[in-house]
Write a protein that binds this ligand. Structure first.
Ligand SMILES: Cc1cc2nc3c(=O)[nH]c(=O)nc-3n(C[C@H](O)[C@H](O)[C@H](O)COP(=O)(O)OP(=O)(O)OC[C@H]3O[C@@H](n4cnc5c(N)ncnc54)[C@H](O)[C@@H]3O)c2cc1C
Length: 296
């Protein structure tokens, strides 16, 4: 019996390995929609190998030294795009400054993937079930995008436009992401449901709270796997702000978070199932965040 086997090698492409950011931007401008950026390759290479997509030119950012590293200043942590997810996972000072990154990154695939996968690649790829886009959205991160004409900054709230679609033009490079740090009595939580460890989430939530005495002064919540982009749960944030964060408050926040959503149905779960799970995950992520804040 003959079985159909998908191709496992990409279509031929010309490989470019610029060493400077302006050189990379120039190559993208030159080859327009025939060129694609290669970062850690953890999403792009499988798509090329399965021939779900193909590009005559790949521009590998791996040798652009100016795209790696972390800077902490002025109340934010600026992570350059080609910094690997594993490098951030291992960086205790980043974890202390932006605890949501430390909590979310270990849930991305497996360590082999995080060793190659980049922070910029994950956000640029904009998979709706990814953790880092949701962290960027919840924390109001600023995303720097560089093209031939220079660098502009896009708020995370304006960046994600649909599945694998962002506010970047085809010839622009995500060059860095700045995550604001929170001060005061704060706590953070990440909860997700996946079939197996390392799988993309069926549904997930990231949350942060700041306390004023025993009441919630500020809350930030974003869901992933629930729509074609990560979703900021503003109504849930409003529902929990000013409360003591009792169980009933968190349940109400969970219900508020999913009330307006119409999540996708796929082989992993129906829309109604995702809504039910999403509401529970919001309450759990807030519980985690509140417990951390109360521990001080
Ligand atoms: C088995 C498996 C499990 C996974 N599980 C998860 C998971 O649970 N959660 C999760 O979030 N991810 C998961 N991933 C994906 C992983 O996080 C990837 O690292 C990430 O999606 C893409 O990062 P990358 O650096 O590998 O980018 P690449 O694969 O190189 O690029 C991905 C896309 O983004 C574009 N791009 C990359 N960098 C830039 C840039 N700087 N500027 C502009 N465009 C850019 C590329 O052109 C391409 O279109 C998984 C991957 C695998 C193989």
């Amino acid at each position: 019996m003959l079985l159909a086997c998908p191709p496992v090698k990409p279509a031929p492409f010309e490989y470019h390995a610029p060493e400077r950011l302006d050189e990379a931007a120039q190559l993208l401008a030159e080859h327009a929609d025939e060129a694609k950026i290669l970062a850690g390759g953890q999403s792009l290479i499988p798509m090329l190998a399965l021939r779900l997509t193909s590009f005559p030119h790949l521009v590998d950012l791996g040798r652009v030294a100016d795209l790696r590293g972390v800077e902490q200043a002025n109340g934010s942590v600026r992570i350059k795009a080609m910094t690997t997810q594993a490098a951030i996972e291992k960086d205790a000072s980043v974890g202390a400054a932006v605890p949501l990154l430390a909590k979310a990154i270990p849930l991305i695939g497996h360590f082999q993937i995080r060793n190659r996968g980049t922070v910029g690649g994950s956000i640029a790829h904009a998979d709706p079930a990814s953790e880092l886009p949701a962290v960027a959205l919840a924390l109001d991160a600023s995303i720097e995008v560089t093209g031939k004409g220079g660098t502009r900054t896009v708020a995370a709230a304006d960046f994600f436009e649909g599945t694998w679609t962002t506010a970047m033009a085809e010839d622009e490079i995500l060059s860095a992401v700045s995550f604001p740090t929170w001060s005061g009595t704060t706590g953070f939580g990440v909860e997700e449901l996946a079939r197996r460890h390392g799988d993309f989430a069926i549904a997930g939530v990231v949350a942060g709270v700041e306390l004023d005495g025993s009441s919630v002064k500020r809350a930030a919540i974003a869901l992933f796997g629930m729509d074609s982009t990560p979703v900021r749960a503003s109504s849930a944030e409003a529902a929990v702000t000013g409360t003591s964060g009792a169980a009933a408050d968190l349940e109400a926040a969970g219900q508020a978070a999913v009330a307006e959503l119409d999540p996708p149905t796929d082989i992993h779960g129906s829309s109604a199932y995702r809504k039910k799970v999403g509401a529970v995950l919001v309450a759990r992520a807030l519980t985690q965040a509140l417990e951390e804040a109360r521990r001080g």
